[in-house]
Design a protein. Sequence first.
Length: 172
Amino acid sequence: MKRQDVAAVLAAPYSRELLESPIPARFAYVGVDDEPRVVPMGFWWSGEQLILATVPGAAKVRALRRRPRVAITIDTQDRWPPLALLIRGTARVELVEGVPDAYLEAARKGGVPAERFDEWEQGVRALYDRMALITVEPDWAKLLDFETTLPKAVEDLMSAREAEGSGARRES
């Protein structure tokens, strides 16, 4: 997918809504045992990259260094029709000292209550000397709003049904 096409999908109003929402990303990768994994993770959208952070010793850190391709879904469950933003990209892992600002912003966005944030931040800073910063630059994206955009298989089925219908009308 061309970079400008990815950027256009991610700039769409529903995409922005999902990227700025408190909904965690469903982060999919392949583990070191070659088995698929999906984990919910808080994230921060920089405008160009998804930024996530975790414990340096997390299994996903080892796995991402071995196989950095990932898939991410951010979707709703509280509206109809639902929204789903599907993203693919390559993860870059970097060990950083302390707690990255993106991790704190992801937590703030993700629902740590404002009145408890300072206390929570102190606890996090006391716990983590270092963190693994995971940066994903999307190289593919699709927004499904089930009004103007659908999964390709559904679009194909609808087109086939329409073609069948117009063929039947021509025959009569």
